[in-house]
Design a protein around this ligand. Sequence first.
Ligand SMILES: [Zn+2]
Length: 156
Amino acid sequence: MAEADGAHRDEHRFMHRAIELASMCPPSETAFSVGAVIVVDGAEISNGYSRETDEKVHAEESALDKLDADDPRLARATIYSTLEPCSQRATPTRPPCTDRILAAGIPRVVIAWREPATFVTNCVGVEKLRQHGVEVLELPDLADAAMSMNRHLNLR
Ligand SMILES: [Zn+2]
């Protein structure tokens, strides 16, 4: 039981870290502010946030871009993202984050909220990840905090 409690605290600690990153995003009227952290063996190995390196980059993409594509640690990593990874995106030259996570071989994803139908009518990121055997954990009690920097976007 103590071990389960410890794991629970870790999940929340890293999601709070992702939320902190989401609050660093340059503001946008047309895209969500999202934060992401990649964790291996209880330690952060990379992080990213929306529009960090260019105006189109997504949080998960930015975090993955900072690691080698064949980094062996990815096979036991967890990626924390404040928002469900996208399954399609407005920039057709870049793969959706769901595809990037699958290509990286990351076995576990933790999210705080599901993508609403604001920009994409039906995000299937979670479903697609699970179909490919990725464990997806949602932390609904942190959804409000993770959405807080996106309230101006008319969420529905
Ligand atoms: Zn994305």
